[in-house]
Design a protein around this ligand. Structure first.
Ligand SMILES: *Cc1c(COP(=O)(O)O)cnc(C)c1O
Length: 442
């Protein structure tokens, strides 16, 4: 005990001071990056940790130089962690095109330019023609109506907000009929039964998990029914012995019974993507043409734009939403409105499959991707001990869209003589310009 206490007292005298640590190369780098007071705070924490380790007898270091070196390393580690925290640009090499953790849809050049252009003052709610107040998102809403055949549309913050908004305004205090096969969790804790309950509506489940018939809906309709809700099952599919009545017949039933028919489309494709093997994603215009009163979908899934929730359908219903006090809580911001408008303009010009990265990536053939892979490998040049190959592989659409679609592709495969796959994955992720890759077959 006595010997240990004496030893640690000696060692403690060799600890650098905060000022000393701040004057080292690491200390100066930290100050330059994050400011002097943050650097002083970090230096204090590092020295405290060293002091604790000395008292616990957990350090072999003895000299001042050793302590300084260890403290500098800790400071640099801290600085790197700070640099990695927050929202940062990455390269998505996961093979999932719409990756929710990586910011979903990458924006088109046009959308990027548009949002930088409106970053200052802009006509968010101002009409240049009249010099008076204009409507937020007005142009994007007109474009949605034009592209989907809807009477009108409304832009809110995201797809979840759109669903909650429609249910709160039109179903609160009444019953909503939903097929048991559609009571899904989308991810991120967005569960249809919970959202329904929060909106003040009562859930009336009909049918079974795999089979729901028109008669099931028919029997459930009563005085208290406000709405028939249909939900796109997103990243979940029931295959085999299944049945769901066609939209047309549900629409006719809802209409005849005087209740609303609303469909949460999830992704909401604006154009047909069967060329890429995507056949089970509803096209917004088709859904509306079958007599659905309202649909909603996300802006940053298959549409390939910014985060947004888009509600489209009958004008009289959209008007009610637009005038509702909740709209003020859920409305989109100027950056989103501008980027969505620019993305939709690509659709109107018929250049979306070229402009919009999500579409471009989904449509790209394996041969094209293979050529790009070869060019990239050539640019980087040979790497010591790394085996670099181009191999066949499969990508996914992601974002809850077309979970069964497999996009065939070519992959750049990396393996190392004596480093593990985990080591390589981490090195790619921790480098300057982080690359988020995936590990397959070790
Ligand atoms: C993704 C999704 C949502 C949520 O949309 P966000 O834009 O992520 O808020 C809601 N419903 C369905 C069916 C979805 O697929």
């Amino acid at each position: 005990m006595v010997a240990k206490g004496t030893r640690s007292r000696t060692l403690l005298r060799n600890l650098p001071s905060v000022d000393e640590l701040l004057r080292t190369a690491a200390g100066r780098r930290y100050s330059a990056g994050l400011g002097e007071s943050a650097a002083a705070g970090a230096a204090r924490v590092v020295i405290d940790q060293l002091r604790g380790a000395i008292v616990d007898g957990a350090l072999d270091d003895t000299t001042r130089e050793q302590f300084v070196e260890r403290a500098e390393q800790a400071l640099l580690h801290d600085l790197q962690a700070e640099a990695h925290a927050g929202v940062r640009r990455v390269i998505n090499a996961t093979g999932v095109v719409i990756h929710t953790n990586l910011g979903r849809a990458p924006l088109s050049e046009q959308a990027r330019e548009a949002l930088i252009d409106v970053a200052g003052y802009c006509t968010l709610e101002y009409d240049l023609e009249t010099g008076k107040r204009g409507s937020r998102g007005g142009k994007a809403e007109r474009l949605i109506a034009e592209l989907t055949g809807a009477e009108d549309a409304l832009i809110v913050n995201n797809g979840a907000a759109a669903a909650f908004f429609v249910l709160s305004v039109f179903a609160s205090g009444g019953e909503v009929i939903v097929s048991r096969g559609e009571l899904v969790e989308i991810g991120g804790d967005f569960r249809i039964p919970d959202v329904l309950e929060r909106s003040g509506a009562t859930l009336r489940e009909v049918g079974t998990t795999n089979r729901t018939k028109l008669a099931d809906y028919e029997k459930a309709i009563s005085e208290s029914t406000r709405m028939v809700l249909r939900v796109h099952p997103s990243n979940y599919r029931i295959v085999g012995f299944t049945t769901t009545p066609a939209r047309e017949v549900v629409a006719t039933l809802a209409n005849k019974s005087g209740v609303l028919f609303y469909e949460d489309l999830g992704s909401g494709a604006l154009i047909d993507l069967s060329i890429a093997g995507i056949v089970d994603e509803p096209i917004v215009a088709d859904a509306l043409a079958t007599g659905v009163d309202l649909v909603s979908f996300s802006g940053d899934k298959l549409l390939g734009g910014p985060q947004a929730g888009i509600i489209a359908g009958r004008k009289e219903l959209i008007d009610q939403l637009r005038k509702h006090p909740l709209y003020r809580v859920l409305r989109a911001d100027k950056l989103g409105c501008a980027a969505l408008e620019a993305t939709l303009l690509s659709y109107r010009r018929d250049t979306a499959s070229r402009d919009v990265p999500v579409l471009r990536q989904i449509i790209a053939t394996a041969a094209e991707i293979g050529e790009r892979s070869a060019r990239l490998i050539k640019q980087v040049g040979p790497l010591a001990k790394l085996k670099v190959e181009i191999v066949d592989g499969v990508s996914a659409v992601g974002g809850g869209a077309a979970p069964t679609a497999r996009l065939s592709t070519r992959l750049i495969s990396l393996s190392h003589e004596n480093r593990s796959a985990e080591h390589l994955e981490r090195a790619l992720r921790m480098g300057e310009g982080p690359v988020v890759a995936r590990i397959e077959r070790g």
